[in-house]
Design a protein around this ligand. Structure first.
Ligand SMILES: NC(=O)c1ccc[n+]([C@@H]2O[C@H](COP(=O)([O-])OP(=O)(O)OC[C@H]3O[C@@H](n4cnc5c(N)ncnc54)[C@H](O)[C@@H]3O)[C@@H](O)[C@H]2O)c1
Length: 246
């Protein structure tokens, strides 16, 4: 499996799952633009890739803001060239009882988790159409498959990401562009620690008795980004340790 000569964008690549995805795509030969709101985080990921002999650039900005997305695309084009692999990974989560969920919290989360992938994908699809080849991988969530209490806005946003995946898979099915989604199960990341606190206690309740690692997710993404996955589109590949069986 090789991504030699491909340019990839990973949103939210400054830490957690996105960082592992950026590193693993680079290990397969892709030049990676690491986009993140947290520029020092993005720089740390890009530096780790370069130190290992890969090509990477760090790009700061909000992946859910149209003006900042345009600027990030320009910077990526200048530094690395046209993009044919996109991983929409940036996302946020919080737990809140449905009756306490404010309109502001709803709008903020839907903006980052659902509008972000719309804006970034729309900005990068022209590169893929031009190349006649593209791979779009959206990071959804197992909680959109199972439902989850106190996460109505999060589950709704990830359900939207799954719908966006299917719609675009069909829109580009004859253009050489595949669109798939990866719903991680319970993965040990900074977000999980912030949201849940005791990761070990939750991990013990998982079928494999452990949390997933960011790398468990990254390897699934790398497969979907590869040449070899060219006949796979509109699909779900679930690194979830048996938490939910499709
Ligand atoms: N950790 C899990 O168990 C789990 C499970 C299912 C799905 N997911 C999804 O995986 C993705 C990554 O999660 P994680 O656990 O690594 O999170 P994380 O919070 O550890 O990392 C997310 C990164 O995204 C960046 N980011 C957030 N909003 C952004 C924006 N608007 N623009 C640019 N960058 C932004 C953050 O700065 C951060 O570096 C998210 O979409 C999340 O919903 C995670």
């Amino acid at each position: 499996m090789s991504l030699d000569g491909k340019v990839a964008v990973v949103t939210g690549g400054g830490r957690g799952i996105g960082q592992a995805i950026a590193v693993v795509l680079a290990q397969h030969g892709a030049a990676v633009a690491v986009w993140d709101l947290d520029l020092p985080g993005a720089e740390a990921t890009a530096t780790a890739i370069r130190d290992a002999g890969g090509r990477a650039v760090a790009v700061g900005g909000d992946a859910a803001d149209a003006v900042q997305v345009r600027a990030a695309v320009e910077r990526t084009h200048t530094e690395l060239g046209p993009v044919t692999v996109l991983v929409n990974n940036a996302g946020i989560n919080e737990t809140v009882r449905f009756t306490d969920l404010s309109e502001e919290a709803w709008d903020r989360l839907i903006r980052i988790n659902l509008k972000g992938p719309f804006l970034v994908t729309q900005a990068l699809v022209p590169d893929m159409l031009e190349a006649g080849w593209g791979r779009i991988v959206n990071i959804s969530s197992s909680s959109a498959q199972t439902g989850s209490p106190k996460m109505a806005h999060y589950v709704a946003s990830k359900g939207g990401v799954i719908g966006l995946t299917k719609a675009l898979a069909m829109e580009y099915v004859a253009k050489g562009i595949t669109v798939n989604h990866v719903p991680p199960g319970f993965i040990d990341t900074p977000l999980t620690r912030q949201t849940l606190g005791d990761v070990q206690a939750v991990a013990a309740m998982m079928p494999m008795k452990r949390a997933g690692t960011p790398e468990d997710v990254a390897h699934a993404v790398a497969f979907l980004a590869s040449e070899e996955a060219g006949y796979v589109t509109g699909q779900t590949l679930s690194p979830n340790g048996g938490r939910y069986l499709v």
